[in-house]
Design a protein around this ligand. Structure first.
Ligand SMILES: NC(=O)c1ccc[n+]([C@@H]2O[C@H](COP(=O)([O-])OP(=O)(O)OC[C@H]3O[C@@H](n4cnc5c(N)ncnc54)[C@H](O)[C@@H]3O)[C@@H](O)[C@H]2O)c1
Length: 340
């Protein structure tokens, strides 16, 4: 019933609760899977076609889309798969639902048969935060004390909790959200779980950004609002929501790091706009993150550098994390076996 090489064997379904149970406490499983996948990406041991964005409404919101993200992750325990992630910007207000929803399918790399289907939005948020945590190991000032998050939805929340877990040096968290209730909810969550951390709601995005050693953007902005002038020397800006950092941040940062150049340089995102204008190029990029993880490119080299991380989001990371959850679930006998 559970041999992935046997086409007649079942398909493991993992609900969101199953994923939570299989992941266990903390974000360690995601951080480990992300580190390994970034290294494999840097070594060319992955296959990851450009992801198609499905949109069908004219002039729709930037966050209204469904994205197909397929990948094969090589290494000692290879796996193939797909994240199919829907996004509708008004889900929270109109439907009381999270903006993003996702399913992940894993396929056996030998037979190509599907072996598992699982709820994917939790893995997606956790893997996105794990990318930031891995990046901060190499790109933030060691012992950084202040963390800023602008945009306090599920992604921002996951970022803050994962960073607090992995960087106990953080003493202050600054939050800002155009929707005050979102910032208040995250403030209360941080206060409850990290009573020694001073958590503050900033008056505006500028004061939030100016206060941070590490700054994370997790908004749904479709126009840049964060200029280079707001970043102090030594800061790391993790531009998770991609459209927040202004062009001058890319042009003036001491180091610009992406997860995957080809994935980033498209879809009219800021890097794509800059390369189209001729003001930025692959040569001006410092590194892809995996190159820093395997040591073929340096991370932070001084306390003064301003570093921009621009992680478009890679399918290999989703598949690597889903694979880790799948094996943990099988080990712990979590989930529901479906017949084919
Ligand atoms: N790079 C990646 O790998 C990756 C992965 C997953 C999600 N994301 C991105 O993360 C972002 C956040 O995702 P989410 O699921 O939390 O979305 P969400 O819509 O649930 O939450 C976004 C929050 O940002 C706030 N906000 C919107 N515009 C703002 C602004 N200009 N300033 C301050 N706050 C603002 C909203 O009020 C909301 O609380 C999305 O843009 C998504 O595409 C990136």
């Amino acid at each position: 019933m559970n041999d992935p090489r046997d086409p007649s064997s079942g398909l493991l379904y993992l609900s969101r609760a199953d994923v939570v149970a299989a992941a266990g406490a903390g974000s360690g499983v995601f951080v480990d899977a992300v580190s390994e996948a970034l290294a494999l990406h840097a070594r060319g041991a992955v296959a990851q076609p450009l992801k198609p964005y499905l949109r069908w409404r004219a002039n729709s919101h930037i966050a209204d889309r469904i994205i197909a993200m397929p990948a094969h992750v090589g290494g000692e325990q290879p796996m193939a798969g797909l994240k199919w992630i829907g996004s509708k910007h008004d889900n929270p207000e109109r439907h009381g639902l999270e903006r993003a929803s996702a399913l992940i399918v894993l396929n056996d790399p030998e037979t190509h048969y599907p072996v598992a289907v699982m709820e994917g939005s939790l893995i997606s948020a956790a893997r996105t935060a794990a990318v930031t945590a891995v990046a901060a190991r190499y790109l933030a000032q060691p012992g950084f004390r202040s963390l800023t998050c602008v945009g306090c939805g599920p992604i921002g929340t996951s970022q803050v909790f994962t960073l607090l877990e992995h960087f106990p040096s953080v003493t202050t968290v600054w939050l800002y959200d155009v929707k005050e209730s979102a910032a208040i909810a995250l403030t209360q969550g941080v206060a409850a779980h990290h009573p020694k951390v001073d958590v503050q709601i900033a008056a505006d995005s500028e004061s939030a950004v100016r206060a941070g050693d590490v700054i994370v953007t997790a908004t749904v902005a479709d126009e840049p609002w964060l200029p280079a002038a707001w970043l102090r020397p030594g800061s790391l800006l993790c531009n998770v929501s991609i459209m927040d950092a202004a062009k001058d941040v890319f042009l003036s940062a001491d180091k610009v790091v992406v997860d995957d150049w080809d994935q980033c340089n498209r879809e009219g995102k800021i890097i794509h706009q800059l390369t189209t204008e001729g003001s930025f190029s692959r040569e001006q990029l410092h590194a892809e993150l995996g190159e820093i993880v395997i040591g073929s490119r340096p991370g932070r080299e001084s306390d003064e550098e301003v570093i921009l991380l621009n992680p478009m989001g890679m399918a290999v990371i989703d598949v690597a994390c889903a694979k880790a959850i799948y094996y943990r679930a099988r080990q712990a006998k979590i989930g529901t076996w479906l017949s084919r």
